[in-house]
Design a protein around this ligand. Sequence first.
Ligand code: AMP
Ligand code: MG
Length: 305
Amino acid sequence: MKRALCLILICMFLLAGCQHQSRQTVFAMDTVMDLQIWGADSEKAMEEVRALLAELERAWSAQDEASDLSALNRGEQIPDRTLLDQVQALSERTGGAFDPRLYALTSLWGFGTQAHRVPARQELEQALQTRLWDLGGAVKGYAGQQAAERLQTMDVSHAILNLGGNIQTYGNKPDGTPWSIAIQAPAGGDPLGVVSVVGTMSVVTSGDYQRYFEKDGVRYHHILDPETGMPAQSGLSSVTVICRDGLTADCLSTALFVMGLEEGTQFWRQSDDFEAVFVAADGRIYATEGAALSGCEYEVIAREN
Ligand code: AMP
Ligand code: MG
């Protein structure tokens, strides 16, 4: 009996060791992505995930004139509006802090094209009235979520997809322990801390250090305040959202950045589907009580104040 048990344990150990693994670094959605998948179908799954990323980019890139989103922005009909409806609902949930129709504004600042410049007040006002779709703040989270759904249909035991800082996990880590997701320090250097997540989860960070340009000593970043048209000055450097739903995580990280710590805290207290880590511009860190953050000092945001 004892010998049989030993044999089973040794076999399980060997099988875990021999598990197929596939890892690729790809460039998609204007960012570098690192994809790691474990399981008998890992290679096939890798191809599927890459095809999915290309498909979503073709459909939802505002910069690509051949995309469905560009067709929509030209006033044409598109085959499927489901994603737009979901994003619209999330935008309403955030009171408009996440606004998926700022493409005229992001283009004016040159964030899609690298032709950066500081627009005049009048130009900002005009761009705010021009309601063109831009899903740049949502589509990577959505892609992670869609990828996890595809993995579920294959012989894949675990995966971690780093879609340019948007992390999607699938299953638990190969050794069965939770995933440790490093949070980038806005100032660069070593990670600021680590969040621990169990199973299939999305961990998405929005930060003022991710895309920006400097002009006359002022830093202008890519997360725009839909009320002013200017880069959001909410006192934060980054927000990380941990959520089962990737689309929600991506929309909310952008929205909470715009809202700032106080409003973002109130928003979290009224919600029950995510946790968050806020990094203030002064370097202080605040994490909601379920965020499972470690490796740094921080203030816990409790459910009740
Ligand atoms: P993220 O990095 O997910 O926070 O998304 C930032 C990107 O979303 C920007 O590069 C813009 O394309 C777009 N964006 C900027 N400000 C907003 C906003 N307030 N709401 C929605 N999308 C935005
Ligand atoms: Mg986002």
